[in-house]
Design a protein around this ligand. Structure first.
Ligand SMILES: Cc1cc2nc3c(=O)[nH]c(=O)nc-3n(C[C@H](O)[C@H](O)[C@H](O)COP(=O)(O)OP(=O)(O)OC[C@H]3O[C@@H](n4cnc5c(N)ncnc54)[C@H](O)[C@@H]3O)c2cc1C
Length: 460
């Protein structure tokens, strides 16, 4: 059951827009970081380290902070996870490292914030711990510069590969740059990580879409291996009447606007309906509140128990004054004579039998239609699967799993010997997250090195 908070009130005279979009948690001071680090018990079996998908040596990096060796601490983190500064901010720590801390019943060690303290120290000063390995004469192409691609590229460069990353957007960083709300991760944090990867000798070519600007066949003939890390697509259509109305927004576009545009230029409306109840939907809702919308309502067709958002995100939204309408399905966007949104027609739902996902399916309650008055509708119902890219890969022997690219989880290799893949585009089961994408990149880099370069370092 949700805890009940007194919602935050955002009034222009109390907090400026810039302040509302600053990182929610301020950085730890040296004194705070050392005090927190010294609470760590340095457990012999370190459950936190087991829970971290990238297996960062957490007790060691914390110990180093406790002894004032912040640079050494950052090195320990980045040895296992080159995207350590992003992960420090976005990882669901309460279900991973902090959730397994032996002190969790009283107060777990603030591992995420300590990791941020150490990695920011190194990244802000451009302290570099690793360099490009001795060239091994092999070339790898990475398609997509999100966390999966950058992690793979960085690890390969460390072992001597000549790596080129192709990115279709203007900036690299994937969703860390364009998709994670700015008060969780500012753009600079992601771009500093990109710079670190470039400083390893990786070429990052932005504004190049593979499959459009360069044919995939060309990449296949020029490189010894290819890592596909293209993430997922835009938010799918809801397929309801009125969806084309002015004021219906794509949730990812909306978040992106707040990361790359001037905040005072964004007109989000006063009464906003958000469709969906995952983390993206929560992000859209909290942004809308912080931009000044008076009433923000999240509309979800199942119940609170089935909502996909992390519990801490849900609590955060409640605290921000977001309302929730559960067991409610939108069926039509109502427009005025000028074609602008003026309401969302919904229908009440009940829960029936469990579907393939194991969750009880929502079924319509007859004659239960009603209209929620609103001036914006933001769609946040997930992302499209990589269908277009699958069409390019399928003739090359790459299989798909539920619409995602199928890989062998031990190597992240696809059905084609030369093509590897990782990150959201392969996540056919389990939760898509940054840390999993980073680990995929590491797994593939290791497998590529094993395949293309012999253990003794001789070329195959
Ligand atoms: C709104 C939102 C909030 C999130 N919040 C969290 C969170 O709090 N914690 C968390 O752990 N995870 C979160 N996630 C998930 C996380 O961002 C992803 O799991 C992670 O970014 C996946 O990394 P990736 O490298 O696989 O893909 P992406 O980050 O999507 O990067 C893929 C890159 O490939 C590029 N690309 C695509 N096609 C091509 C092509 N043909 N040619 C060249 N480049 C191409 C794209 O432009 C993009 O830059 C969130 C996701 C969203 C959408």
């Amino acid at each position: 059951m949700a805890e009940h908070f007194k919602p935050v009130k955002y009034r222009a005279w109390e907090m400026s827009l810039e302040e509302r979009f600053k990182e929610v948690y301020p950085p730890l001071t040296q004194r705070e970081a050392e005090a927190e680090a010294n609470r760590c018990l340095y457990c012999y079996d370190a459950p936190c380290m087991v829970a971290c998908p990238t297996h960062i040596d957490i007790p060691t990096f914390i110990k180093k902070i406790g002894t004032g060796n912040v640079k050494g601490s950052a090195r320990t983190i980045l040895e296992s996870n080159l995207m350590g500064a992003t992960c420090a901010r976005v990882c669901p720590v309460d279900v991973l490292c902090e959730g397994s801390c032996v002190l969790r019943e009283e107060k777990p060690i603030a591992i995420g914030r300590l990791q941020r303290y150490a990695t920011d120290y190194a990244n802000e000063r451009e302290i570099r711990f690793f360099e490009k390995g001795k060239p091994n004469g092999k070339k790898v192409a990475v398609i997509g510069a999100g966390p999966a691609g950058l992690s793979c590229a960085g690890e390969l460069a460390k072992t001597g590969f000549d790596v080129t990353v192709f990115e279709k957007r203007t900036w690299a960083g994937g969703l860390s740059t364009y998709g994670i709300v700015v008060f969780r991760e500012p753009v600079e944090v992601s771009l500093r990580e990109v710079k670190m990867i470039q400083d390893l000798g990786v070429q990052v070519k932005c504004g190049v879409e593979i499959g459009k600007d360069i044919d995939f066949d060309e990449i296949m003939s020029e490189f010894d291996a290819v890592f596909v890390s293209i993430g997922l697509g835009r938010v799918p259509q809801m397929e309801i009447p009125g969806e084309d109305a002015e004021g219906v927004l794509d949730g990812l576009d909306f978040i992106e606007e707040t990361k790359v545009d001037r905040l005072d230029k964004i007109d989000v409306g006063q009464r906003v309906c958000i469709i969906g109840a995952g983390n993206t939907a929560i992000d859209c809702a909290t942004i809308a509140r912080r931009l000044g919308s008076e009433r923000v309502t999240m509309i979800y067709r199942r119940s609170e128990a089935e909502m996909p958002a992390y519990y801490f995100e849900y609590q955060f939204a409640l605290k921000e004054g977001v309302s929730f309408m559960f067991l409610t399905q939108p069926i039509e966007v109502i427009k005025n004579a000028r074609g602008q949104v003026e309401g969302l027609k919904c229908v009440r739902m009940d829960l029936g039998q469990p579907d393939a996902s194991g969750r009880r399916s929502p079924v319509r309650v007859p004659d239960s239609e009603f209209v929620v008055p609103c001036d914006r509708v933001i769609k946040a119902i997930g992302q499209n699967k990589p269908k277009d890219f699958m069409d390019i890969l399928a003739p090359l022997g790459v299989q798909q799993a539920k619409g995602y690219i199928a890989v062998d989880p031990a190597t992240n290799r696809t059905g084609n010997q030369k093509i590897y893949a990782g990150g959201d585009c392969v996540r056919s089961f389990g939760e898509a997250s940054t840390v999993m994408a980073v680990q995929d990149g590491k797994i593939a880099a290791k497998a590529i090195a094993r395949e293309l370069v012999s253990i003794e370092g001789e070329n195959k």
